[in-house]
Design a binder for this molecule. Structure first.
Ligand code: GLA
Length: 693
C-alpha cells in the first residue's frame, strides 16, 4: 500500500510505492529538491541520507545542479529547464516560495508561488495502487508567458555509467529498440508534429550499462501525451543524469492556467524484462479503460479491399470472417462521401449511397446477425480539400492567412481546438455510433500538423495543446455516452502510441507493416513499455501489402497471436487449406488469449540476426511459449529454450506433445524445441501446471 509522509524538521516528503521509495525536500530557498529514488526505504531511513550537493568551492555550478524536482530556469540554475516563464514586466524565471501541501491517500500536492511575480505552481505526485509507478504533473496559475512547462524533472542517483533505452522508427517501421551509451550534454527525443509520431516514442529507460533482460536496476519515464512532446536526458560532467519531459515544443508559448499531462516514472530491479512487466501491469490496471476485458479477434477489410468498398464485398468478407471464428468485423476506409481514393471525401461522414444504397444498417445488422461486433474506420481530425466540408468551411483547418496549406496524403488537419469543429465532430460521431449500433471505432490520424495557425484567435499557440485535449475530450464523451463502445487508436499505424491515448482507447494499431518478420522487431520494441493486451496484430496476405515478402501462413498467425489477433487478408480468396489453418489457429488463440493478453511477458530470445526469437507469457497455472526461426543454417547447433516465470517445484504438461516437464528442468536446462524444418518455422507451446495432489 502506497504511503506518503512529510517530515516537518527536514521538510522532506517520502513516497513509499509497492517496493520502492521516492523522496524530495525543500532546500533553504524553498526550491523542491530531489533526495532519493530507488529500493524501498522507510521515512526514518530516508532521514539518514546525507544531502549530496556540489562542493562549495566550485564556483561554476549551482550546488543543487541536477537535483531540482522541476528544474525552473532562473538564478544560478543552468540545468536543462523544465519550467521557463516570462512575466509582463520583463522578469524571467522563477523564485520558489513554498505555500503548503496536501496528502490525500495516494496523492500528494505541493503548492508554491513565485516570491514576487504572479505565478502559482502545484507539483502533483500519485502512486497508483500496488505499483512502483509515480505519476507526476504540474499545474500553473497566474499571469505569465510559459515558454516551457514540462510535467516533471527526474533526478537519477549517481551511477557508474549511463545507458539509454528508447525506440526510434518511421512509418511502417515503428518502435525499433535502441540501447546506447548516454552522451554528455542533452539528448532530446521529441515530436514537433502535433502527434506522438512514428519517429520516437515518449519514453526512455536508463540503466548503468550493465542491466540485461533478467538483471539490473532500470529507471523508466513515460509521458502520457499524444501531441508534440519533448523528453530530454541531461548528463552532466558532474556525474549526474536527469530526465525532463513534457508537452509542447520550442517556440510555442503557453498561458496559465495550465495543467501538464502526467509523466510516469518507474524504478525496477530484475532487468529490462522486469521493467517491462511492471509497465505492462501499470498500463493494464491503471491506464486502459477496461483492464479486465479480453480483446476480441477482429477482421479488418483494409488490405483486402483498399478503397474498393461495397456492401456486397463487405458482407462476403464478414460471412467468411464469422466462419473462421472472428468476433469483431471492422470496415476500414472508403465507406463514406466521395472517398473512392485518398484524394477526396475526408470530412464528409455520411455513407456513400452508391456503395451502400440502403445505408449502413443492412451491413451492421448482417454483421451482428453473424454473431460479430461491428467496427468502422473514422479519421475525425482530417479533411480532404476535395470535400463538401472543406468547401463549406475552409477556415476550419490549421492555417496561416498568407501561407500555403501544405497537403500530406492529400489532406489537411482540422483545428479541434475550435469549439465549433469539436462540436461538429461530436455530432456526427455520436450519431454514427448511436444510430447504427457501432461497437468499435478505428480512430485514425494520417498526417502531422503544418502551418499550425488559427487566424483571428489572440492566443493561437494554444491549439497545440488544445487540439489533443479536444480529441481526448471527444473520445471520453463518446465512451461515457456509449458505454459499449471500444476504440482502436491509429495514426498511419503506430503514430499515436502513448499512455495518454491508451487511457481512452482499448487497443492500438501497432503498425501498417503487417509483415510477420518485420513485426517481430516492431512488437519487441512495442513490448518494452506497452502490453500485448493493447497491441493489435493482423494476419494478412502473401506477398505482403507493404514489404512484398511472402511468409508461411502458420508463421504469420504465430506472430500475430502474440498480441491482439486480427485477420486482415482477402479471406474470400483464401484456399480451403489456408481457411482450415486459420480456423484452427483462431480457435487456438481464443484458448490462449487470457494468457497472452493478461499474462506476464518474458522475452526469452530477442530478435537479432536471423536466429531464433522466443517469448513466453505466464498467467496463473498456464504458460504459452512462442518460438520463431527465420532461417536455418546447415549443422547449426541448437540449444534448449530456457523458460522463465514458472514454479520450480511444479510439473507442466505440454498439451501438444503430451509430455510432462518439471518446472526446475524448464527453468534450468530448458524446453527441447522441435520446430518444423525449413525457413520461417514457428511453434506455439502451451504448458499447464499439473495438479500435484
Ligand atoms: C492508415 C491506417 C491503415 C488504413 C488506412 C486507410 O494508413 O494505418 O490501417 O486504415 O489509413 O486509409
Amino acid at each position: 500500500m502506497a504511503e506518503i509522509s512529510f517530515a516537518e524538521a527536514t521538510r522532506t516528503w517520502v513516497l513509499n510505492a509497492a517496493s520502492s521509495t521516492y523522496a524530495f525536500r525543500l532546500d533553504e530557498d524553498d526550491a523542491p529538491s530531489h533526495v532519493y529514488w530507488g529500493p524501498a526505504l522507510t521515512a526514518a531511513e530516508v532521514g539518514e541520507l546525507g544531502v549530496t550537493t556540489q562542493p562549495w568551492w566550485d564556483g561554476f555550478n549551482d550546488p543543487n545542479e541536477g537535483l531540482d524536482e522541476l528544474a525552473a530556469d532562473g538564478g544560478t540554475r543552468y540545468w536543462t529547464p523544465a519550467l521557463q516563464v516570462r512575466f509582463a514586466d520583463g522578469t524571467r524565471a522563477l523564485e520558489w516560495r513554498y505555500t503548503g501541501h496536501e496528502i490525500t491517500g495516494d496523492h500528494l500536492r505541493v503548492d508554491f508561488a513565485d516570491r514576487h511575480c504572479p505565478l502559482r505552481i502545484a507539483l502533483h505526485y500519485r502512486i497508483p495502487h500496488g505499483t512502483d509507478v509515480i505519476e507526476r504533473w504540474t499545474e500553473l496559475a497566474g499571469d505569465a508567458e510559459v515558454v516551457r512547462a514540462d510535467s516533471a524533472s527526474w533526478a537519477l542517483p549517481v551511477l557508474d555509467d549511463y545507458r539509454l533505452s528508447h525506440v526510434t522508427g518511421r512509418w511502417a517501421a515503428e518502435t525499433q529498440l535502441e540501447r546506447v551509451p548516454v552522451a554528455h550534454g542533452e539528448t532530446v527525443f521529441a515530436s514537433r508534429r502535433g502527434i506522438t509520431g512514428h519517429h520516437a516514442n515518449p519514453w526512455v529507460m536508463v540503466d548503468d550499462g550493465t542491466a540485461t533482460e533478467d538483471h539490473g536496476e532500470v529507471y523508466g519515464v513515460a509521458l502520457a501525451w499524444s501531441g508534440s512532446w519533448r523528453m530530454t536526458t541531461t548528463r552532466s560532467s558532474t556525474g549526474r543524469l536527469s530526465i525532463s519531459g513534457g508537452f509542447g515544443q520550442d517556440g510555442v508559448v503557453h498561458r496559465p492556467p495550465l495543467t501538464t499531462p502526467v509523466i510516469a516514472g518507474l524504478y525496477t530491479r530484475g532487468g529490462f524484462g522486469a521493467a517491462s512487466r511492471a509497465w505492462h501491469d501499470y498500463v493494464r490496471q491503471h491506464v486502459l479503460p477496461h483492464p479486465e476485458e479480453l480483446r476480441p479477434v477482429l477482421y479488418n477489410s483494409w488490405e483486402a479491399t483498399g478503397f474498393d468498398v461495397t456492401e456486397a464485398g463487405q458482407r462476403a468478407l464478414a460471412e467468411r470472417a464469422a466462419s473462421l471464428g472472428v468476433e469483431l468485423f471492422v470496415m476500414d476506409d472508403g465507406w463514406f462521401g466521395a472517398r473512392t481514393g485518398d484524394h477526396a471525401g475526408l470530412g464528409d461522414w455520411h455513407v456513400n449511397e452508391e456503395r451502400f444504397p440502403d445505408g449502413l444498417k443492412p451491413l451492421v445488422d448482417a454483421v451482428h446477425g453473424l454473431g460479430m461486433k461491428f467496427g468502422i474506420w473514422v479519421e475525425p481530425e482530417m479533411v480532404n480539400p476535395d470535400s463538401d466540408l472543406y468547401r463549406a468551411h475552409p477556415d476550419w483547418v490549421l492555417h496561416h492567412p498568407h501561407r500555403k496549406r501544405s497537403e500530406l496524403r492529400r489532406q489537411l488537419v482540422l483545428n479541434f481546438a475550435r469549439p465549433d469543429v469539436a462540436a461538429w465532430a461530436h455530432g456526427w460521431l455520436d450519431a454514427l455510433v448511436g444510430d447504427h449500433g457501432v461497437d468499435f471505432l478505428k480512430w485514425d490520424m494520417n498526417r502531422p500538423f503544418s502551418e499550425a495557425g488559427w487566424p483571428g484567435e489572440p492566443d493561437q499557440d494554444r491549439l497545440w495543446v488544445e487540439h489533443t485535449r479536444a480529441v481526448y475530450a471527444l473520445m471520453d464523451r463518446l465512451r461515457a455516452d456509449h458505454p459499449g463502445l471500444r476504440i482502436e487508436a491509429c495514426s498511419g499505424g503506430g503514430g499515436r502510441i502513448d499512455l495518454g491515448v491508451m487511457a481512452r482507447t482499448d487497443q492500438i494499431w501497432t503498425s501498417d507493416n503487417t509483415d510477420a518478420l518485420d513485426r517481430l522487431r516492431i512488437q519487441h520494441g512495442y513490448s518494452q513499455l506497452y502490453p500485448a493486451r493493447a497491441m493489435s496484430a493482423w494476419v494478412t496476405d502473401n506477398p505482403n501489402f507493404v514489404t512484398q515478402r511472402s511468409i508461411p501462413l502458420r508463421f504469420r498467425f504465430h506472430v500475430a497471436m502474440a498480441g491482439v489477433l486480427g485477420v486482415g487478408g482477402d479471406i474470400v480468396e483464401w484456399s480451403d487449406e489456408d481457411l482450415a489453418l486459420a480456423r484452427e489457429q483462431i480457435a487456438r488463440y481464443r484458448d490462449i488469449r487470457p494468457v497472452v493478453q493478461h499474462g506476464a511477458l518474458y522475452r526469452l530470445r530477442p530478435p537479432s540476426g536471423d536466429g531464433l526469437v522466443a517469448l513466453q507469457y505466464v498467467l496463473g497455472d498456464r504458460s504459452v511459449v512462442f518460438a520463431y526461426r527465420q532461417a536455418t543454417h546447415f549443422n547449426a547447433p541448437t540449444r534448449p529454450l530456457r523458460l522463465a516465470g514458472l514454479d520450480r517445484s511444479a510439473r507442466y504438461l505440454d498439451a501438444g506433445s503430451g509430455r510432462v516437464h518439471s518446472g526446475a528442468v524448464l527453468l534450468s536446462d530448458g524446453l527441447p524445441l522441435t520446430l518444423p524444418k525449413g525457413d520461417f518455422a514457428s511453434t506455439v507451446i502451451t504448458l499447464t501446471r499439473q495438479d500435484t495432489h
